[in-house]
Design a protein around this ligand. Structure first.
Ligand code: ATP
Length: 378
């Protein structure tokens, strides 16, 4: 697969400022395992960038290499324009917040946050002021005498965040920091982290495998697969304009339907899906007649077709969710297609389970991918 140049991806260039982080062809091998495969990316000052991908794709390894906990096998890392290869973690201008908080259990909240400043031997009055500000920033004012075990998980993570922020690093690395929290608290903390990021203006690099979390928080998302960054773009672009079937599938739900190119007329290309439905699609560079493609369509873009039209199937399941409904349609080849129906147009859909149903979508609402390589055809 051709490797896209990610160093100039959209939204990344701001004149006059060197990127806070530059990775150039960074490769990491653990014996036979290639954890990172020539990763190149630039992260601008003050950005919130999320590394998103399935377990084992290399997110944590990337973070550990930036932090200096791990040395890359090849390639270079620069922070604010300075090569840091071989520089130990404590001399890099970065701090890490871990999922496990890693607080000192015997120290109070205040002393946990003050720790780094005391190491730097700052005057006591400065330490008091800086720690106080940081605790206010993470909404922990008044809890400074407590010990970590007297705090909730969310509060402990706020302490870890304050402890990192007082050091004013160029880059804050966050490795699944909300992973241990329950869903409701996690959602609250996502918004809190976003607010703190806006207030402090420090570059945040955030690791998660949770796509919704990535969409909520990030200026840009780097989607990773098997040690590579396959797309680096703002959340909307990742969702609406995925470059590969992997990205389309990993971020949000995509129905991926096999089909074949049947006709190529001036601009309009006729695609026939398995199951026999033919539709026209405007493609600038259509594949040749007979080529296999995958058509991706989001559940919210599919609608129930009137009789005699669309892709035929049977209603497999109907889930009524009050303001909307989800339909599962079984298509030819036993393939399942999901429909998100915001108007609950089927009404009592449950009564129609097992009955024939047809679906369709606007040609502009679906994306076409080359079936062999999984790459987008435009
Ligand atoms: P997760 O979401 O599960 O944390 P990840 O995307 O962070 O996954 P990494 O932890 O970066 O993935 O791992 C990338 C690959 O490198 C995996 O195949 C992993 O097994 C391997 N790996 C990571 N650390 C080591 C190590 N110390 N020794 C050997 N292999 C390792």
């Amino acid at each position: 697969m051709a490797r896209p140049d990610l160093s100039t991806a959209s939204g990344s260039s701001r004149q006059g400022n060197l990127p806070d982080l530059q990775l150039r062809e960074v490769t990491k091998r653990f014996g036979e395992v290639v954890a990172l495969d020539a990763v190149t990316l630039d992260i601008e000052r003050g950005e919130f960038v999320t590394l998103l991908g399935p377990s084992g794709c290399g997110k944590t390894t990337t973070l550990r290499i930036v932090a200096g906990f791990e040395a890359q096998t090849a390639g270079s890392v620069s922070i604010r324009g300075e090569r840091v290869d071989g520089v130990p973690p404590y001399r890099r201008n970065v701090n890490t917040v871990f999922q496990s908080y890693a607080l000192f259990p015997h120290l109070s909240v205040f002393d946990n946050v003050a720790f780094g400043l005391r190491v730097k031997a700052l005057p006591a009055a400065d330490i008091r002021r800086t720690v106080g500000q940081a605790l206010e920033q993470v909404r922990l004012g008044g809890l400074d005498r407590r010990r970590p075990h007297e705090l909730s998980g969310g509060q402990q993570q706020r302490v870890a965040l304050a402890r990192a922020l007082v050091n004013e690093p160029a880059i804050l690395l966050l490795d699944e920091p909300l992973g241990a929290l329950d869903l409701k608290l996690r959602k609250e903390m996502q918004l809190e982290l976003k607010r703190v990021h806006r207030e402090v203006g420090i570059t945040f690099i955030y690791v998660t495998h949770d796509q919704e979390e990535a969409l909520t928080m990030s200026d840009r998302i780097a989607v990773m697969d098997a040690g590579r960054v396959v797309q680096l773009a703002p959340p909307r672009e990742i969702y609406e304009d995925p470059r590969t079937t992997f990205v389309a599938n990993f971020v949000g739900i995509s129905n991926l339907l096999p089909g074949e190119i049947r006709e190529r007329a001036d601009r309009s290309t006729t695609i026939e899906l398995d199951g026999g439905w033919r539709f026209g699609k405007t493609l600038r560079r259509p594949p040749g007649i007979g080529e296999k493609v995958l058509v991706a369509v989001r559940p919210e873009k599919v609608r129930v077709a009137p009789p005699g039209r669309g892709l035929q199937g049977r209603l497999e399941d109907f889930v009524y969710l009050g303001s909307r409904a989800t339909l599962v349609v079984r298509l030819a080849g036993d393939r399942l297609l999901q429909v998100e129906d915001p108007t609950a147009q089927l009404g009592n859909g449950a009564g129609r389970i097992g009955q024939p149903i047809a679906v369709e979508w606007e040609e502009t609402e679906c994306l076409v991918f080359d079936a062999a390589r999984g790459e987008r055809v435009k």
